[in-house]
Design a protein around this ligand. Structure first.
Ligand code: ZN
Length: 314
């Protein structure tokens, strides 16, 4: 079984076929600067539900179940919840806040977004039935650079997450979006993890193959047992090192599938790239099982959903 813990859903009409624009990893990263007019569709067009495309990509690649969250832009949590509900045996949803700024640029004053975020997350984890919080781009909620002040600014959302006992994802390293690069070095997350030891914190991309960011992620993970990683963008060497140091039970499979990245086709598809990293890291059968689905099932409390999907014996 495979559970993909890192997927961004919804696209835009102009993104329906990007096969000519995005083939290599470099194309994906350069998409914003290479096609600025096309990229603007993130902000001007009405989002469309692309989970049927997702399910066919999952089927093609042997992925059984997915944790889906909004992509960058004006994709509301209500849209994400509605899309996930259309595929109850294949996916559940994660909440996001501030992801509109990921595409549009960060507000100079993060105060209003920070103040509104706890209530929105409460709404998502309560009435909308979401199973955790997706990638939280920290600059949308704070402009502090001191770890203690960052932790203080994140305390509102962390208290809600703590109450619901669900995980939250923070991205590491770089993204193709403008601004906020400072927060890609996850050293600040130590303070958040220490203040909320009951909350599983997933540092997505575990440094994205950049050694200095990986070292920070590892340092934080070594002294906070509530720190987890996903494998998006990592290297076999970093994955192997992380397994040997913190254990395979703290690492989860993810692809970062999205309306743009799903078009990667050279030299391999997005799924093949991720699976090759697992292969090259020479995982044991147990490690493989933990990373591919067992950890996600445990940490996101997915057993009832998986049972509904008849993936696990009742
Ligand atoms: Zn992502």
């Amino acid at each position: 079984m495979i559970i993909d813990t890192h997927i961004h859903i919804y696209g835009y009409p102009s993104f329906r076929d990007l096969s000519k624009h995005i083939r290599t990893m470099e194309d994906a990263i350069a998409f914003r600067t290479r096609y600025p007019d096309l990229y603007q569709c993130n902000l001007t067009e009405e989002p469309i539900d692309n989970t049927d495309d997702l399910v066919s990509d999952m089927d093609r690649n042997g992925v059984d179940f997915a944790l889906v969250q909004a992509r960058a832009g004006y994709v509301s949590n209500d849209l994400v919840a509605a899309a996930a509900k259309r595929h109850p045996t294949r996916m559940v949803a994660l909440a996001r806040v501030g992801h509109d700024q990921e595409a549009a640029g960060y507000h100079e004053d993060p105060g209003p977004t920070r103040e509104a975020a706890p209530a929105e997350i409460e709404r998502c984890l309560g009435p909308l039935g979401m199973m955790g919080v997706g990638e939280t781009f920290v600059r949308a909620l704070t402009d502090h650079v001191n770890p203690e002040k960052i932790a203080k600014d994140l305390s509102g959302i962390m208290r809600v997450v703590e109450k619901h006992q669900v995980p939250i994802q923070f991205p590491t390293a770089w993204s193709q979006f403008p601004g906020g690069l400072f927060y890609g070095d996850p050293l600040w997350a130590d303070e958040v993890a220490a203040r909320h030891p009951g909350v599983p914190i997933i540092l997505t991309k575990m440094g994205r193959s950049i050694t200095s960011y990986f070292d920070s992620a590892m340092t934080v993970a070594m002294r906070n047992v509530n720190i987890y990683f996903d494998v998006v963008g990592t290297s076999p060497q970093h994955l192997r090192f992380a397994i040997d140091k913190i254990g395979a039970e703290r690492i989860m499979f993810g692809t970062d599938w999205s309306t743009t990245w799903r078009w990667l086709s050279v030299p391999a598809t997005l799924h093949q790239i991720r699976m090759k990293v697992l292969g090259d890291a020479k995982l044991t059968a147990t490690e493989r099982e933990q990373i591919l689905w067992k950890n996600a099932a445990r940490i996101f409390k997915l057993e009832p959903s998986l049972r509904r999907a008849a993936k696990v014996a009742a």
